[in-house]
Write a protein that binds this ligand. Structure first.
Ligand code: DX5
Ligand code: ZN
Length: 227
């Protein structure tokens, strides 16, 4: 277990939000002090689903002061960064499996002012990170196979979070964050936090539940990952 971990941050996944109440949801997130807005972008090829489009991402960026956490599940992301509005303080996660030019893609995110994160699918080994340890601001560890909300955490991903934390720390990157995405329930979040994660994607497993006020769901998840 890593002794000093980065302060925990919450990143609600807007693909799980009720689209008919998006403005009120964004206002509530601001009131509740969430640190990021997780925007899942899917192209139907890299993952078998479509979700938030570029126009909606732009509108959300223009409306809310909360930093973005763009999760790009798209092929050749380095060719498409200009389709998205992001800047200083915004996380942009690119899947290591989605491009032949990962280092170039991460550098392009940095050039545009974003925080480049490398996203890893559950079966993707850590060795993908080694050549780009100097280029990344963090790692997004998928606890499920990307594409759909409501899935169950793959247990081996807990060991993967700990291994990523160890790899980053051994290479002097104690500043680099670890985000975890997929089935981040309060129970799972406790284990993920202990393994070394510090950014938690809040979806249907934690805050988007029928009859549960967003503020209560967020408070429960915040409590679960409390330092
Ligand atoms: C899955 C998405 C996740 C998802 C999280 O591909 O990347 O952000 O919405 O939602 P739950 O908590 O339902 O797994
Ligand atoms: Zn996501």
């Amino acid at each position: 277990m890593k002794t000093e971990t980065l302060p925990p941050k919450l990143s609600p996944s807007l693909m799980c939000a009720d689209p008919f109440c998006l403005r009120e949801t964004l206002d509530e997130f601001l009131r509740c002090g969430v640190e990021y807005l997780h925007l899942d972008v899917m192209d139907g090829v890299f993952v078998p689903n479509f979700t938030l489009g570029t126009d909606l991402c732009r509108r959300i960026k223009a409306y809310s002061p909360i930093p973005l956490d763009l999760h790009l599940m798209i092929g050749a992301p380095e060719q498409k960064l200009g389709w998205f509005a992001f800047g200083a303080g915004d996380i942009v996660s690119l899947h290591a499996e989605s491009t032949r030019h990962l280092q170039k893609a991460l550098a392009a995110v940095l050039e545009r002012g974003g925080l480049p994160f490398v996203a890893l699918n559950p079966a993707t080994p850590l060795c993908f990170l080694e050549p780009v340890l100097d280029d990344l601001a963090g790692v997004l560890v998928m606890a499920v196979n990307p594409g759909f909300a409501g899935q169950k955490m793959i247990p081996s991903t807990l060991r993967k979070i700990a291994a990523v934390r160890a790899l980053l720390d051994e290479n002097g990157r104690t500043d680099a964050g670890i985000e975890v995405d997929g089935n981040v329930s309060p129970e799972n979040a406790k284990k993920m936090r202990r393994a070394g994660a510090d950014i938690f994607v809040a979806g249907t497993a934690s805050i988007f539940k029928p009859d549960l006020p967003l503020s209560a769901g967020l408070a429960g998840l915040r409590e679960a990952v409390r330092p």
